[in-house]
Design a binder for this molecule. Structure first.
Ligand code: SF4
Length: 427
């Protein structure tokens, strides 16, 4: 179609050339996802069953004010719990009942497992079933693991959404085809996509997760799912087991990625080509103009990405193809070759993709390259800054609305800002 990106295989970035490392890692655990998930599902509460370390992690990641009534908390396991001197299940039930008594607006409670709850083998799925029976029909209790032993960073969202899938109503085989967008998007982004789909003639599009626990969309053999995030392997697999079909597409970052993502959905539903063109023309042109203004800030600059969020490959594709950045090494904690096939095909030749991590070796490679910009987790950023490298915290890429046309220039700016700061400091 007119002006759509050519998605052709790039042999040098084929999966054979991926550097796979299994050493020491420097990534957040899956608890971090609570920070954006609790903002999205407005009547849900996330109760981490963990230690003071877990509490500090999400408290500082979320930057919650002391007077706020947040929708997450940590049930702190004390030494007597860990030593098995008390029944942790009794303690947990007491905490949950007190919480639900005080917060009647909670309709969905997630018990979130952590390293300590896993180490003492506290069975949170059984606890969730027990509490769900007790609290029915007012509150549904589900569980998932956000522990650093089992999950990295964005896998917490995957585990949370996967926990919701069994509760989704079953759509009949005779139901008309429906589009399900999967992945936590900021409300403003979701609203923009809803408007674009409606303009194409698709007024009924569902989103997982929904804004309210009671609005879980249905899923069945006529559900076409469009992944909005590249880290939803388990959720997608469970939805496929319920009959949904995944729409292969790149991810909606930048004007090009957003167009290709929307176009993949339009073709699958199907939407008339002229209706698609009419719906995207204006916002796409706006995004391209805004990106053209940002391009001089990034063009020709080299970038190195440490593995952290699993967003690295789509973001690198955007930065290379639309902003003219030079990719050096692009790391990702896991590479889902099927979900990322369209992204890999769009990557420029000669980029090293690494999967997993051996942090010391990767640091050596980064120091040898001395890129203009390094994207990494908080733990690596300060040491690298002190060595004269310019860094970007990858966590910000999750906390900010970045998908879609209207956010494309903001996304570019997130990468331009540290370069600008460094230039100012040097003057
Ligand atoms: S779940 Fe594990 S890795 Fe995450 S904060 Fe708690 S102890 Fe640390």
């Amino acid at each position: 179609m007119d002006g759509l990106p050519a998605i052709a295989p790039a042999p040098s970035t084929g999966c054979d050339s991926v550097l796979v490392e299994r050493g020491q890692r420097e990534v957040f655990c899956g608890l971090t996802g609570i920070v954006w998930l609790h903002r999205k599902i407005q009547d849900a509460f996330f109760l981490v069953v963990g230690s003071r370390t877990c509490a500090h992690l999400i408290q500082s990641a979320a930057g919650v004010m002391i007077f706020a009534e947040p929708r997450f908390a940590t049930a702190i396991m004390e030494e007597k719990d860990l030593a098995g001197l008390v029944d942790a299940n009794d303690e947990l039930d007491r905490v949950v009942l007190r919480l639900l008594g005080r917060r009647p607006e909670i309709k969905l409670l997630f018990l979130v497992g952590s390293c300590p709850s896993e180490v003492i083998k506290l069975d949170l799925s059984r606890a969730a079933q027990r509490l769900s029976r007790q609290m029915a029909p007012n509150v549904r209790v589900l569980s998932y693991s956000g522990s650093g032993i089992e999950t990295t960073f964005t896998q917490g969202e995957d585990a949370c959404l996967a926990a919701l899938v069994p509760d989704m109503p079953i759509a009949a085989a005779t139901a008309p085809a429906d589009l399900l967008v999967v992945g936590c998007l900021a409300d403003v982004v979701e609203d923009q996509f809803r408007r674009l789909f409606a303009a194409m003639g698709l007024p009924k599009v569902s989103f997982l997760p929904p804004r309210h626990a009671g609005d879980l969309p249905s899923v069945g053999p006529n559900t076409k799912m469009l992944l909005a995030q590249p880290f939803l392997a388990d959720t997608a697999r469970l939805l496929e087991e319920r009959g949904a079909t995944r729409i292969p597409a790149p991810f909606p970052f930048g004007a090009e990625g957003t167009t290709a993502w929307l176009h993949a959905a339009a073709q699958a539903m199907p939407v008339d080509q002229s209706a698609f063109n009419a719906a995207v023309a204006a916002p796409r042109a706006r995004a391209e103009t805004a990106l053209a203004r940002m391009r001089p800030e990034l063009e020709g600059k080299s970038i190195f990405m440490f593995p952290d969020s699993q967003l690295e490959i789509p973001l690198a594709r955007f930065l290379a193809r639309e902003m003219g950045m030079q990719l050096t090494e692009i790391g990702t904690p896991y590479l889902h070759r099927q979900h990322l096939a369209e992204e890999l095909a769009m990557m420029p030749a000669g980029v090293r993709i690494s999967e997993g991590q051996d942090v010391e070796r990767q640091l050596d490679r980064c120091r040898a390259i001395r890129p203009d910009l390094t994207v990494c987790g908080l733990g690596l950023a300060n040491p690298l800054e002190s060595e004269g490298l310019t860094t970007k915290w990858s966590i910000e890429l999750l906390f900010s609305p970045t998908q879609g046309y209207d956010q494309a220039a903001d996304l570019a700016e997130l990468f331009a800002r540290p370069l600008l700061r460094r230039t100012k400091l040097r003057v």
